[in-house]
Design a binder for this molecule. Sequence first.
Ligand code: GLN
Length: 246
Amino acid sequence: MQRAPLKLNIAHLYPDLLNIYGDMGNIMALKMRCAWRDIEVEVHNITTGQIINQADYDLFFAGGGQDNQQIIAANELIKNGMELMRAAQANKPMLVICGSYQLFGKYYLTSEGQKLRGISILDVHTEAGETRFIGNVTAVCDFLTVRTIVGFENHSGLTYLGENVEPLFKIKVGNGNNGVDKTEGARFNNVFGTYLHGPILPKNPHFCDYLIELALNTKYNCNIPLLPLNDEIEYYAHESRICAKY
Ligand code: GLN
């Protein structure tokens, strides 16, 4: 029997403001890994001033940004905060990186002392620290088919997790949320906040597929297994970035 065509609508939040260290590569990875499996993808760029209707989207993505861009993005996110919260409560997957991870939390206190109010989907708060954490990260987790996660961090914000989120990954090499408690990122329902650029999805295809599966399963309300792909090159990239110390 012929399978009905599958389609995902991806909302890319503020690509004009939040896109550093190759974060756009995450959108490309999502698109390609769907296309290779005949899953149609439409990417909708959400721009400043736009009011979103969460029902139009199956997966949300936002990249990193420096403080100046974050100030504008924070105002934009607040306008759509309730709607994004609705999507989070409906288990729609969201991946938010670094600057947007901070803004999905309760607040980000910049080094200038400006408190940017977040949209509180993630029970975390962030305060600028004195050192900048820059470098490759190796982390582990227990919810993916491959245990290791690799990425690149560059942030001075120190993020602390509250009771209503789980740490996303556990740091093996690098600094993660705050350089102290060995946590990296945060998860609430299917909302994933992380400091990892890289971009994270092309070199962690197991995480990319996990997001695609969550989006399909939530949208179609059934379990849709993904066809396996030849990931030789992707895992070559992944393994070459696993820090030797780990
Ligand atoms: N401005 C934030 C920080 O340095 C976020 C930076 C980023 O998105 N890479 O903590």
